[in-house]
Design a protein around this ligand. Structure first.
Ligand SMILES: [Zn+2]
Length: 280
């Protein structure tokens, strides 16, 4: 059953990537992904295929990571007996609350702190971009000359700041995601990301390369790189956050303000200012 679960994970990743394409109006890569998904689904055992078909018809996330004994899809505690079966992965277990297929998240790269480490009573005070990032995650001049180095540098910032448990694993997974389909957008922006980073909130780091970094086979350079670690619960919100950030990168004044920043603190201040109307 482990292999079936691996296939389901791949299908879910590709489906989410397809949703990103569709949101950006990129139809050709979306169609290619649909073919890839169908080919993978054909390799599933009949019973697994039936369950996948039923679940995926109504929800984009049909799989859910079990993190610290909880279903990350709905947040409910998984009963002890079921949790043991999820860890053994001998057969498929679904969440009794939300119905998603559960898989064991142990050993995966996890989010190790909330963006703002505040207690629940104070959480409402955190506003705007501070819900997703922090000054220590701003890299105003990347040392990186390649896409791989840029992803490693930003992953390292996330790990050093304590936002993810394992920076190297985050970088590796982000590169695997790039291999499926480039995350380069218009306006010299790339948005590498890793989904299924459970345990905390959606977090991103921002790196700037004034010279630009060739990102993919197109040979086009990017100047702004946003690396995100996305928990299942933040999956849909990620698309909205990226579209809000893109609105800043597309504006000449927005870009200029970010490019002028000389250190992490001034980049953070510029990003906060540029997003204070859109991201609340
Ligand atoms: Zn659930």
């Amino acid at each position: 059953m482990k292999r079936q679960l691996e296939t389901l994970k791949k299908i879910q990743d590709l489906s989410l990537t397809r949703a990103e394409c569709t949101a950006r109006g990129e139809n050709a890569p979306a169609e290619a992904l649909t073919k890839e998904i169908s080919a993978l689904a054909e390799t599933l055992e009949q019973r697994v295929l039936a369950l996948y078909t039923r679940l995926s018809a109504t929800r984009p996330l049909f799989l859910s990571a079990m993190h610290n004994g909880k279903c990350s899809g709905c947040g409910m505690q998984v009963p002890v007996a079921s949790a043991r079966m999820v860890r053994m992965a001998a057969h498929l277990v679904t969440c009794t609350t939300c119905g998603r297929i559960l898989y064991d998240n142990a050993g995966a790269v996890a989010s190790s702190r909330k963006v703002e480490d505040v207690d629940d009573e104070n959480v409402s005070k955190v506003r705007g971009i501070a819900r997703f990032s922090s000054a220590e995650l701003m890299v105003p001049s990347l040392k990186a000359a390649t896409m791989e180095e840029a992803i490693a540098e930003l992953s390292n910032a996330m790990a050093t700041g304590g936002f993810v448990s394992d920076g190297e694993a985050l970088a590796r997974l982000a590169l695997e995601r790039e291999a499926v389909l480039t995350t380069r957008m218009e306006a010299g922006v790339a948005v590498p990301h890793v989904r299924g980073v459970e345990g905390g909130s959606l977090a991103f780091s921002l790196g700037i390369s004034k010279e630009g970094i060739v990102w993919d086979d197109s040979g086009e350079k990017v100047n702004f790189i946003v690396l995100s670690a996305i928990p299942s619960a933040g999956s849909a919100f990620f698309l909205k956050l990226m579209s809000d950030l893109m609105a800043v990168f597309r504006r000449k004044a927005g870009r200029a303000a970010l490019l002028e920043a000389v250190d992490s603190a001034s980049l953070w201040a510029a990003l906060d200012k540029a997003t204070n109307r859109t991201i609340r």
